[in-house]
Ligand binder design. Sequence first.
Ligand SMILES: CC(C)(COP(=O)(O)OP(=O)(O)OC[C@H]1O[C@@H](n2cnc3c(N)ncnc32)[C@H](O)[C@@H]1OP(=O)(O)O)[C@@H](O)C(=O)NCCC(=O)NCCS
Length: 140
Amino acid sequence: MGLEITLDCSQVDWELVPQILKRVGMGYHEPDIHKKAFENSHTTVFVYRDGQLIGFGRAISDGAYQAAVYDIAVVPEFQGQGIGRTIMTTIQARLPQCNIILYASPGKEDFYRKLGWRKMKTGMALFKDPEQKAKKGFTE
Ligand SMILES: CC(C)(COP(=O)(O)OP(=O)(O)OC[C@H]1O[C@@H](n2cnc3c(N)ncnc32)[C@H](O)[C@@H]1OP(=O)(O)O)[C@@H](O)C(=O)NCCC(=O)NCCS
């Protein structure tokens, strides 16, 4: 069966999404919240190995000139094999006309740099939990 990359989120087991996000140390919610977020996104990417979900990512966009990337994750046992890069290049290819922004987890900046991303100097965020985001190293 091998590696399968799909943009279709109709077959996703939404229980797995928060499980994977939790495993990789990212923020997660109830499965239905992720279902809503992914289904309402411009582009979603899911990667399966032998039928098992091993990575995903998504971008929201106006479909014209602006987009933002969220929830990029690869399960630990499949990291370092080019899957994260594939998720990102698949998303980027679907948004060729857009400026795309994201906020990297602290320490992951070089993963994005290798894909041509640059650090923003004027990024601002109105986070739901600013103290927690500051503690985790996202803001000053
Ligand atoms: C970050 C993450 C998505 C990268 O996915 P991956 O499949 O392991 O990465 P890839 O194998 O596609 O790596 C692509 C390139 O980026 C590099 N890279 C990967 N993770 C990196 C990191 N944390 N720091 C620096 N470089 C990194 C790889 O060495 C590789 O470089 P190369 O092209 O010179 O060989 C994955 O490690 C992950 O899910 N981490 C935990 C969750 C997370 O932090 N997600 C990102 C939130 S912003």
